[in-house]
Design a protein around this ligand. Structure first.
Ligand code: NAD
Ligand code: TDX
Length: 376
């Protein structure tokens, strides 16, 4: 029996990971720690909270008391840290919150785990830890900076973050390395590319575009749309995190990417075409239009004229692309979901789960949208 502490488990990737491990491993106990910021939603894990293996704690990863109380109550073996401020655009508006959550939160989780996991010291004074414990930091390819037209990020690529978000994630990674070197803590860092799939908050490109198409709103593409991202289906990412946690070599970094590079403009055009095709094929999906309409002629409004090129993101990284050779070679992982299939699955999910979209955008979302896009 393994006891997990999963932070950020009410967010996009964390929730998908919670669902994945609960299905995959019967013999586990899970504490989910999440502060339920705008990006966290209990509705996303509503069914999982009924599982007797799961306990939910609302709290901030920066708070030493909360994290300590979890370790006091449960014999935690694994800490998997998904909790973070995750949106680059928000980091440009409010960098300090990103440094607090992403750097100090990581340090607090490491420090608490170190205290509870240490069972003694060796002859040189390094802590010795309970057998089988590990801390896994979920990081991002953005720590490597931006690529030109060619080349890939490998685990040896120098860290070169450009945005407040990526700088904060880099700071967190360096703290993890410091705990690994200075205190010999058993850790892994995973660095993945852009995830997509169910439960993605509609401030990020793909879910925002889907939402706007359904509402007949313009689709904002930053700059000229030529920036490239390497898209990874979220469940493939969750499988990789599970593998690294259970089988990854302690102290190692693993890059997780899809070999699936696409320009933003092509993502937007493909999303438009797919929403339209699914609605043409299945009138039920047309109910997701706002206002709802079953008329096939209303689908004519779903076309590329919805695209609007807006002011570019400040410091917009040009291209990300991951070389996943290390995790493939060592752990046999590869991105199983082809983008052509993953994007259809994702769009279907959004068309079928408009209640979820309404629930997570019922708070400050409208205000955020006006602030972010009003003057672009
Ligand atoms: P998300 O924004 O959807 O979810 C973050 C979750 O963390 C939310 O549930 C939120 O409530 C919680 N949280 C935020 N601050 C907290 C705090 N101080 N204490 C406790 N909980 C807090 O993010 P995501 O897209 O699921 O990303 C998860 C992790 O993966 C992040 O560390 C992110 O940097 C990393 N990542 C994401 C992507 C991506 O494409 N989404 C790619 C690479 C890396
Ligand atoms: O409205 C938009 N228009 C647009 O052109 C939005 C929201 C985004 N974009 C562009 C910016 C990026 O080039 O689309 C691309 C993807 O943008 P985001 O979805 O905001 O993702 P990105 O900035 O690439 O960062 C994501 O991947 C790496 C996650 O949000 C990070 O948490 C992760 O570390």
């Amino acid at each position: 029996m393994k006891h997990y502490l999963v932070t950020g488990g009410a967010g996009f990737i964390g929730a998908n990971y919670v669902k994945y491990i609960l299905k995959k491993h019967s013999d586990i106990q899970l504490v989910i720690l999440d502060d339920l910021t705008y990006a966290g939603n209990l509705g996303t894990i509503r069914d999982n909270l009924k599982d007797p293996r799961v306990e939910f704690v609302k709290g901030n990863i920066v708070d030493p008391q909360i994290v300590k109380s979890i370790f006091e109550k449960h014999p935690i073996d694994f800490t998997v840290n998904f909790a973070a401020e995750s949106h680059v655009d928000r980091s440009i508006e409010n960098p300090q919150l990103f440094l607090q959550t992403n750097i100090l939160g990581t340090q607090n989780l490491l420090d608490t785990a170190k205290k509870f996991w240490a069972v003694g010291t060796d002859e040189k004074g390094y802590p010795v830890y309970r057998e089988g414990v590990k801390y896994l930091q979920v990081s991002t390819d953005e720590v490597y900076g931006s690529l030109g037209e060619t080349g890939y990020f490998t685990e040896k690529t120098p860290l070169d973050p450009r945005s407040p978000y990526s700088a904060s994630k880099t700071g967190a990674d360096l703290i993890v390395v410091a705990y690994s070197e200075t205190y010999k803590m058993p850790v892994n860092i995973t660095r993945c590319s852009n995830n997509y799939g169910p439960y993605h908050f509609p401030e990020k490109l793909i879910p925002l575009i889907i939402k706007n198409i359904l509402e007949g709103k313009k689709l904002p593409v930053y700059g000229d749309g030529s920036n490239v991202r390497d898209w990874l289906y979220v469940e493939d990412h969750c499988k990789a995190v599970d593998l690294v946690l259970l089988q990854g070599r302690t102290g190692e970094v693993y890059n997780i990417g899809g070999h699936n590079e696409m320009k933003n403009i092509d993502i937007v055009k493909l999303t438009i075409a797919t929403v339209r095709k699914l609605m043409e094929e299945n009138p039920e999906y047309r109910k997701a239009l706002k206002p709802a309409s079953l008329s096939v002629t209303d689908l004519n409004r779903i076309n590329n004229d919805l695209i609007t090129f807006v002011k570019d993101r400040l410091g917009h990284d040009h291209r990300y692309a991951i070389d996943p050779a290390k995790i493939t070679g060592e752990l046999g992982w590869y991105p199983e979901t082809k983008f052509a299939d993953g994007i259809v699955k994702t769009i279907r999910w959004y068309l079928e789960n408009q209640d979820w979209v309404e629930e997570v955008t019922s708070g400050d979302y409208q205000k955020y949208y006006e602030q972010m896009y009003g003057n672009r």
